[in-house]
Design a protein around this ligand. Structure first.
Ligand SMILES: Cc1cc2nc3c(=O)[nH]c(=O)nc-3n(C[C@H](O)[C@H](O)[C@H](O)COP(=O)(O)OP(=O)(O)OC[C@H]3O[C@@H](n4cnc5c(N)ncnc54)[C@H](O)[C@@H]3O)c2cc1C
Length: 390
């Protein structure tokens, strides 16, 4: 494991830090600033800021320059994640496009797809959704039923997707669709790139316990998509999906560590404000969380070293997902235990952004589900890393 960054990487850090300091208005860091803004307004603010960040050369950090990226190293991408967290920078509004779709298009897209998809995505002109999960197909994605019937040079798509992140803001969706009638499991499926702004696509918001609607259901009723708008070949959607999901593997977890470590400090401050910091049980719990977070940091640096040296992490990436998601959930469970009912219902206290913490505590319930649930990750580690029998 190598814990050092190169001089060039440190120079990149200086430039990025300075740009972030100049471009993020101070009021964006005021407690509760984001939570009082209407969803649409907050989304548009973030969308515009992120577009300016891309124009300044701080997007697609490790992407090749021919695609508008910076051509940087994995170390620079890790520095980017850390600095974004330290600056309280807004999260990307285009996570599914940037993390999953763009690298897949770079790897297997047609020349036209590369030209038409990547640039507009980097500039946030097109917000992409991921249409994999259905009411009867989550972990068992191969049970998907959304169908595409060929009519001339178009597919006519019918079915339903669920849990679609950013559904209310989405312009396009990369969706897993059964394009061969009667096909079973992973055969006969294509990944279609469907325009969401058409009469055959209806989006309904899903209300979360936090009150927000970051997800939705997407209904296709005779929605139309050109045959050419498939990624990776007709009937080859399963292979495309596996490639697409593998791009999570480059993520080292160092950005998550930075976020969680700051959240940990906020939770310690909360313990003090509520007069619980001398309680030996609370102190023991907080110590356990700190140990967990430091283990995450060293694992993240190990993963980063592996990626820098060009090693494929393969199924080891499931260990990273397990580690960061469970560390986060444990952290917020400590917050819940600390405050009891006030963890959900408490009113603001001077010096504490209690509302943001309450939102984070609720959000943490989801992190062991999306991106492959903890149970599914454990199966992968058991079978493919440890070689245990099925
Ligand atoms: C915040 C959030 C955002 C999401 N965003 C998107 C999105 O943008 N696009 C999209 O397509 N989907 C999205 N999803 C859906 C997500 O991919 C699914 O929730 C996930 O795949 C699990 O599927 P499921 O909810 O149907 O649960 P199920 O697959 O029904 O699982 C239910 C329970 O059974 C367990 N289980 C299932 N199979 C096994 C097994 N073989 N062995 C052991 N245990 C098992 C699971 O771990 C879980 O505890 C999102 C979900 C969340 C929570």
């Amino acid at each position: 494991m190598d814990l050092r960054y190169t001089a060039e990487e440190e120079q990149f850090r200086t430039e990025l830090r300075s740009w972030l300091a100049d471009s993020i208005p101070a009021r964006w860091r005021d407690p509760g600033f984001w939570s009082v803004l209407p969803d649409n307004e907050a989304f548009e603010l973030r969308r515009d800021w992120e577009r300016r960040k891309a124009e300044a050369g701080f997007a697609g950090i490790a992407w090749p320059t021919e695609f508008g990226g910076r051509g940087g190293t994995p170390g620079m991408k890790a520095i980017y994640d850390v600095e974004m967290a330290l600056a309280d920078a807004p999260m990307t509004v285009n996570p599914l496009g940037l993390t999953f779709l763009a690298p897949t298009v770079m790897a297997i897209g047609t020349e036209q797809q590369k030209r038409e998809i990547i640039g507009p995505m980097l500039r946030n002109e097109v917000i992409w959704c991921q249409g994999f999960s259905e009411p009867g197909a989550g972990s068992d994605l191969a049970a998907l039923r959304t169908s595409g019937r060929l009519e001339g040079d178009e597919f006519v798509v019918n079915g339903q997707k669920v849990w679609t992140t950013n559904a209310l803001h989405g312009d396009k969706i990369f969706a897993m669709v059964r394009t061969e009638p009667g096909s079973q499991k992973h055969r006969g499926v294509s990944m279609l790139l469907i325009d969401m702004n058409q009469p055959g696509v209806e989006v309904r918001p899903l209300k979360q316990m936090s009150g927000a609607s970051e997800f939705g259901e997407v209904f296709f009723t005779d929605a139309r998509v050109s045959v050419e708008d498939n990624l990776g070949g007709l009937g080859n959607g399963w292979g495309t999906a596996m490639l697409l999901l593998s791009f999570e593997r480059g993520a080292s977890g160092i950005g998550q560590y930075t976020v969680f470590r700051r959240q940990y400090d906020d939770i310690v401050a909360t313990a003090r404000t509520f007069g619980r910091s001398d309680d030996p049980v609370v102190r023991q719990e907080l110590a356990k969380r700190l140990v967990e977070l430091e283990c995450l940091r060293y694992h993240a640096m190990h993963v980063l070293t592996e990626v820098e040296q060009g090693h494929d992490l393969g199924s080891e990436s499931s260990m990273t997902k397990l580690q960061w998601s469970e560390a986060s959930q444990d952290l917020w469970e400590t917050f819940d235990d600390l405050l009891g009912p006030e963890a959900t219902l408490g009113h603001p206290r001077p010096g504490l952004d209690l509302e943001s913490m309450q939102q984070e505590a609720m959000w943490s319930r989801s992190v062991t589900i999306w991106g492959g649930s903890s149970q599914v990750q454990r199966n992968i580690v058991a079978e493919r890393v440890l070689g245990l029998p099925r």
